[in-house]
Write a protein that binds this ligand. Structure first.
Ligand code: KIV
Length: 252
């Protein structure tokens, strides 16, 4: 069974998938050992690891570098990787870029936006593709912020249309980011492939989060929809402070 068949069958059985991001070996290994359903090497890499203000500057070689580390830590869960900004403007460019991600160890690639031609070419070559609709972080500069999608009827209709087109083009799953809850419920009911929500309410077939948001590792930036399950920044700082005190107390 390929990933798409597995995902469709999981959806039919009502299984709720849990996806998280990873960018390095130890976190990928811990996620895999904890039973996560999919690990995404997201272009959130730029904000979470590289200290950039958004995802636009992340390059494909950077994704590949981190993907290789993640791949080494994972034996069980599928690993997906984001096509970074500017690397899938045409179907042919998307193919060249996706092949690089697959060769670096990705089981699937993810791309943002209503790009059925890109998805058709990739899936015709046997590449598993995850779609991503709603708020598209790679367009944050044009949009002037992270705004919720699907508030107007025309926006909702266009999102439903795009979701159906991405499914017909062969996507194996669809990430819905910051989509109005009633709309994400509607999109879910119209698709055979699973919808994976982030800030789009409960009515998706699964949920994805940036792992450092879940773990409370970056208290300086927390999206409003995130309910952290831990506050790892505090034990991190305390351990460092304890180490500093111990070092300072050493006798020469
Ligand atoms: O880059 C990313 O981490 C994502 C998310 C959907 C979490 O695309």
């Amino acid at each position: 069974m390929n990933l798409k068949e597995k995902f469709i069958s999981a959806k039919k059985q009502g299984y709720r998938q849990s996806w998280l991001t990873a960018y390095d070996y130890p976190s990928a290994r811990l996620l895999d050992e904890s039973g996560i359903d999919l690990i995404l090497v997201g272009d959130s890499l730029g904000m979470v690891v590289l200290g950039q203000k958004d995802t636009i500057e992340v390059t494909l070689p950077e994704i590949i570098h981190h993907l290789k580390a993640v791949r080494r830590g994972v034996t069980r869960a599928p690993v997906a990787a984001d096509l970074s900004f500017g690397t899938y403007a045409t179907p042919e460019q998307a193919l060249v870029s996706s092949i690089q991600l697959i060769e670096a160890g990705a089981d699937a690639v993810k791309l943002e936006g209503a790009l059925p031609n890109q998805v058709s070419l990739l899936t015709s070559k046997g590449i598993e593709v995850i779609g991503h609709l709603g708020m598209l972080p790679q367009q944050v500069r044009e949009e002037g912020g992270y705004h919720r999608k699907g508030k107007t009827e025309s926006e909702a209709e266009s999102l439903i249309q795009s979701a159906l087109e991405l499914q017909s083009a062969g996507c194996c799953a669809l990430v819905l980011e910051l989509v109005e809850e009633s709309l994400s419920k509607d999109i879910r009911s119209k698709l055979d492939i699973p919808t994976i929500g982030i800030g789009s309410g409960e009515c998706c077939d699964g949920q994805i989060l940036v792992t450092s948001d879940l773990l409370g590792l970056q208290p300086w930036f927390r999206p409003s929809f995130v309910k952290p399950k831990a506050d790892l920044a505090t034990p991190f700082r305390n351990a460092v402070k304890e180490f500093i005190s111990e070092v300072q107390a050493l006798s020469l």
